[in-house]
Design a binder for this molecule. Sequence first.
Ligand SMILES: [Zn+2]
Ligand SMILES: [Zn+2]
Length: 169
Amino acid sequence: MASIKLEGSCRCGAVSFKVDSNTPYPYQLCYCTICCKTSSGGGYAINIMGLNATLEVAGADHLAQWRAQLETPDGSGGVKLETSPGARHFCDRCGAMLWVSDPRWPQWVWPFASAIDTELPSASEKVHLMLKYKAAWVPVNAGPNDQCFEEYPTESIEEWHRKRGLFIE
Ligand SMILES: [Zn+2]
Ligand SMILES: [Zn+2]
């Protein structure tokens, strides 16, 4: 499968990485509290998707990871905290968010667009997700072709790219 090679790094340079991607368009803006708090002063984060088997990391000594605690129903009308399987990987020196991995989908890795140094293609339409959790002060600058979702979008990242002829074969 052909793809494009993306290069990324943290801000201080301690960690850099390369990953192949078929789905490099940064179109998906996530406004959840985790993204808002951990990776973006603007209120959302953008992740693209790469092929985990191709991920090469330099400076892995400086990698740290964090799994969020999520409130989930406890079965008796209350909520309990559960640790998300998804792990956010970041630089332990400068704190830059680098990528998300999740053992439920081991074939993929989700780099933060903010960590990518390769020039990414610009998405002419965007998806705004997790709007239910958006901070009140954050504006949603949705264009006429954008889609907005209270929680998860209906199309996967791969489907979104394929339907628009943007999937890199
Ligand atoms: Zn760093
Ligand atoms: Zn999020």
